[in-house]
Design a protein around this ligand. Structure first.
Ligand code: ATP
Ligand code: MG
Length: 415
């Protein structure tokens, strides 16, 4: 099957130019270049995906260096182990030397040696991700599909390439579910059986790698689908016995998306995910996933605030009181509680803090206060605090109001 016409229509012009330049220069070096992975899958499905991965039979780093020297593309990075990143206009493109991988033991990182395109495809996770398109001039556009990925795309199946795949690398369990749910596919029958069999192999995967896969799930449009499916397959308990993927999570994730920009969503999802956890549960989870300090603080704060919510469930709370109750918490923890709490009063107070109170500042600065007769040090600290409280409670509208109050405080302090 030849996809030359589809490539020409699918890729933006500048990106296509760069791709052609790369394959032209590769040909002169006696190397062949292929488009591989997600972009091939999405091109066949007709979904836009301009994160291109190219595989080079030969040294990808040398090729990328040469392309950067002779074109307007910039070399962004390159690594000893045969990968490089090029940027041209707004596009970035990854090049990798075709590699052969062998797993010494489950969960370990594989031993890598240079190989052919076929070697590079057989090490991949699923048939739908294991296709390539030739970019060489003599067979430009030819689909290379040794694992029947195209047929699986048509049958809408996620299928591993060999029975040992999940045990070699159990992160593929999470990846399988992510693609299944993103694309609305199903796990192929044997793949589903092997996935369930190999769930215990998740124990061989480091916290960082599991966390990374969860973060990828959290970048999906509707991560709750994958979370629910992971629960249904029995994967979640292997990560933490307290994790749930029920309707509550689905509803809260959906609400989270309406409030937060995509870039900040991941930590909010994490805080919602652990909302029903005990202290012990959260410690285990943080340790298992090697959660970094800031996120860990946010997750702890989420639970600490949850226990303190009754303090906020009152109708006549002054804004300053709400401020003092909430100022110590990470904003994302407050956001998580605003989403999770069923009380509309609590919800209103948390939102008031997040949207307004936390930004309230008085307009007068230290110099201006000094001119009103307030001396630097504890005295000024006290005055600033009183002004801030009054401003939070809406008692100071203008700079003149602030000055008036500051002056009366300074007179009081003199006495
Ligand atoms: P998307 O970025 O849309 O999720 P992708 O296919 O580009 O999909 P990446 O995570 O960017 O996914 O990985 C690129 C390619 O590398 C995949 O298509 C897959 O072939 C391969 N790959 C990634 N992770 C693994 C893994 N754990 N085991 C085997 N192959 C993998
Ligand atoms: Mg990708």
């Amino acid at each position: 099957m030849n996809l030359a016409r589809q490539i020409e229509q699918y890729l933006p012009r500048q990106l296509l130019e760069l791709v052609k330049d790369i394959s032209g220069q590769a040909a002169k070096r006696g190397q062949r270049v292929y488009l591989v992975g997600g972009a091939v899958r999405d091109l066949l499905l007709g979904y836009p995906n301009f994160d291109l991965d190219l595989v080079v039979e030969g040294d990808a780093v040398k090729l990328a260096q040469q392309v950067a020297e002779t074109s307007q593309a910039k070399l962004l990075a390159h690594h000893r182990f045969g990968t490089a990143k090029l940027r041209y206009e707004n596009f970035t493109l990854d090049l990798a030397t075709a590699r052969r991988e062998t797993y010494a033991k489950p969960g370990a990182l594989p031993a890598v040696t240079p190989g052919t395109l076929k070697d590079d495809l057989v090490r991949r996770d699923f048939s739908i991700n294991a296709m390539a398109i030739s970019l060489a001039s003599n067979d430009y556009g030819e689909l290379v599909d040794p694992h029947q990925g195209k047929s699986d795309l048509e049958r809408r199946l996620v299928r591993i390439l060999h029975p040992g795949s999940f045990s070699d690398d159990a992160t593929r369990i999470l990846r399988a579910v992510r693609y299944e749910q993103r694309l609305g596919f199903e796990l192929e029958t044997q793949t589903a059986q092997l996935l369930k069999r190999d769930i215990p192999m998740l124990n061989t995967i480091s916290g960082d790698r599991i966390r990374h896969e969860l973060e990828l799930i959290f970048k999906e449009k509707q991560p709750e689908f994958a979370v629910r499916r992971l629960a249904e397959l029995g994967v979640l308990p292997r990560i933490s016995p307290f994790l749930k993927g029920d309707g509550w999570i689905a509803e809260k994730f959906d609400r989270a998306r309406r409030l937060k920009k995509p870039a900040q969503l991941s930590s909010l999802y994490f805080c919602l995910l652990i909302y029903s956890f005990s202290e012990k549960g959260i410690e285990q989870f943080l340790a298992r996933l090697n959660i970094p300090a800031k996120l860990s603080r946010a997750m702890h704060d989420t639970l600490r605030l949850k226990t303190n919510l009754p303090l906020l469930d009152k109708s006549s709370l002054k804004p300053s009181k709400i401020y003092y109750l909430l100022r110590e918490y990470e904003p994302v923890a407050i956001q998580a509680n605003a989403i999770a709490s069923d009380s509309s009063m609590v919800h209103r107070s948390l939102q008031l803090f997040l949207t307004k109170l936390r930004y309230v500042r008085i307009s007068l600065n230290g110099e201006e206060l000094k001119r009103l007769g307030i001396s630097a040090g504890p005295e000024m600290g006290k005055v600033l605090q009183i002004l801030h409280k009054a401003k939070l409670d809406g008692e100071l509208k203008t700079r003149a109001d602030e000055k008036k109050l500051a002056l009366s405080l300074s007179l009081k302090l003199e006495r």
